[in-house]
Design a protein around this ligand. Structure first.
Ligand code: SIN
Length: 337
């Protein structure tokens, strides 16, 4: 067992023994209920805007009773640490990329299968369906109660040299999120995957520690990867989205009116976020083109098909761990437009 897996097992075990944490935040009757909500992206991204909106609406609905503290841009902690902190009850809310739950559940690996979802509408159909809804409660025993999914957008590759064909990726070091599916995806195109926290990507590109990365237009633009990455390819090969989660013990101990009220606020913000995310990514692509600092490569259907063929073995490799039911439900949603 590697060091990371051991660390995760330890924190899940401790969270379980301590009743999934949450005890430390129990307020007295007069104290506001504090909801610490750290995340790693910029305030202008879909998640950044949604977190700020949640803060505004939750505090307006419960003046003096609820105090939401949003910490963007990894100011408080990175995603790995936030998973641990939520399970321990040190923070109360997260919206972490589904890919980063890989070591806690294999179910979310379905979101990382390359070229499964052609667009955000397909992801939305899957997440709103019965199989998608069930995923929200997959990790309750580990200390994560899912309240909703928020989209970021579809992923694209960027590199120091043009990526038109899968062979162009040969030997390049790609930063990826903490996901074994993404690792297999990069290996399938001959690249060298490097799992790395989001906050380290800019510098790693700048210093040449990595050559390439994959992300959404809004992350690429807001984190200024285009300043240190001359080429992007429009590939739409994967999805970045988030599980909006709370510590179950904390949540279930809230006064009932607050809990149901905040659940309504999360539902409202989720509707808004999931509609806005597409426009924010489209605008980010326009901004990238207008920056004049980077080249955006449009690939032909044949070129895209070659990428799809190159990564197709990843599906077989992870079919058993994800499960046929989950993959079939996602495929039906993807085909059903
Ligand atoms: C995020 O969108 O929260 C970060 C995604 C990444 O780590 O690439």
């Amino acid at each position: 067992m590697d060091r990371r897996a051991l660390k995760v097992l330890t924190f899940v075990a401790i969270a379980w023994l301590s009743g999934c944490g949450g005890g430390s935040g129990t307020p007295s009757a007069d104290d506001p209920i504090v909801i610490k909500f750290p995340h790693v992206v910029a305030p202008g991204t879909p998640k950044g805007q949604a977190a700020a909106r949640f803060e505004e609406l939750a505090e307006a609905r419960f003046p003096g009773r609820v105090d939401v503290e949003v910490y963007p841009s990894a100011q408080l902690m990175n995603d790995d640490d936030s998973l641990e902190a939520l399970a321990f009850g040190e923070i109360q809310m997260i919206a972490v990329s589904l890919s980063k739950f890989d070591r806690l559940t294999h179910a979310f690996q379905v979101f990382d299968l390359p070229f499964l979802f052609p667009d955000i509408a397909a992801v939305e159909r899957f997440q709103r369906g019965p199989t998608g809804r069930q995923l929200l409660s997959t990790l309750v025993d580990e200390g994560f109660l899912g309240l909703g999914f928020w989209h970021n957008g579809m992923k694209h590759f960027g590199a120091g040299s043009p990526l038109r064909h899968p062979q162009d990726a040969d030997g390049l070091k790609f930063r990826i999120m903490e996901s074994d599916v993404l690792q297999a995806q990069i290996e399938a195109i001959g690249g060298n995957p490097q799992k790395m926290a989001y906050g380290e990507v800019y510098q790693a590109l700048q210093t040449g520690a990595i050559d390439a990365q994959e992300n959404t237009w809004s992350n690429i633009y807001s984190s200024k990867f285009y300043e240190v990455q001359p080429y992007f390819s429009v590939t739409n090969h994967g999805y970045v989205g988030y599980l909006v989660a709370v510590n179950p013990t904390f949540w279930n101990n809230l006064p009932e009116d607050v809990r149901t009220g905040l659940e309504e606020v999360v539902a409202e913000v989720s509707e808004w976020e999931n509609a806005e995310s597409i426009a924010i990514n489209e605008q980010s692509l326009v901004n990238l083109r207008d920056s004049g600092r980077t080249t955006i490569l449009e690939l032909s259907d044949e070129e895209l098909a070659a990428w799809q063929t190159a990564v197709s073995p990843v599906w077989d490799e992870f079919a058993d761990s994800i499960g046929a039911d989950l993959i079939d439900a996602a495929r039906r949603a993807a085909d059903d437009d």
